[in-house]
Design a protein around this ligand. Structure first.
Ligand code: THU
Length: 133
């Protein structure tokens, strides 16, 4: 079962992803590791573009990769950065999390110094837009 501490394997994948980002413009690497209900892990990195707005964040890379492979149920997500404090996801990624994750799904925000914060989708995106009705 998952507890307050991020699963070590998931954390290691999110941290090693920091070495694989495509970040020639910002030089700000972000990594992610998404655990499916069937215990598969999808890695994410930020992928930048010379047309800056086309950049894809690490969390969304992980989520879209898993969704493209047919996964729809998830247990946990780790997001990593080389930041002073644990990294915090952007608004666009929070809205994508709302689309695919249960409100109580566990999300660990970490840095490469060993700090981590456990949160969930509802805490990151309260009162979110969820329905066209
Ligand atoms: N970035 C992410 O990958 N995830 C976030 O939640 C915040 C921002 C990336 C986008 C860009 O490549 C770099 O960080 C600087 O904004």
């Amino acid at each position: 079962m998952l507890d307050n501490k991020a699963p070590k394997q998931l954390k290691n994948i999110a941290l090693s992803a920091l070495e694989e980002t495509y970040t020639p413009y910002s030089h700000f690497p972000v990594g992610a590791a998404l655990l499916t209900n069937s215990n598969e892990v999808f890695k994410g990195i930020n992928i930048e573009n010379v047309s800056f707005g086309l950049t894809n964040c690490a969390e969304r890379t992980a989520i879209f990769s898993a969704i493209a492979q047919g996964h729809r149920k998830f247990k946990g997500l780790v997001i990593s950065g080389r930041t002073q404090k644990p990294i915090t996801p952007c608004g666009a990624c929070r809205q994508v999390m709302v689309e695919f994750f249960e409100p109580d799904m566990l999300i660990w925000l970490i840095n490469n110094k060993g700090d981590e914060i456990l949160t969930n989708v509802e805490s990151l995106m309260p009162g979110s837009f969820k329905s066209l009705n």
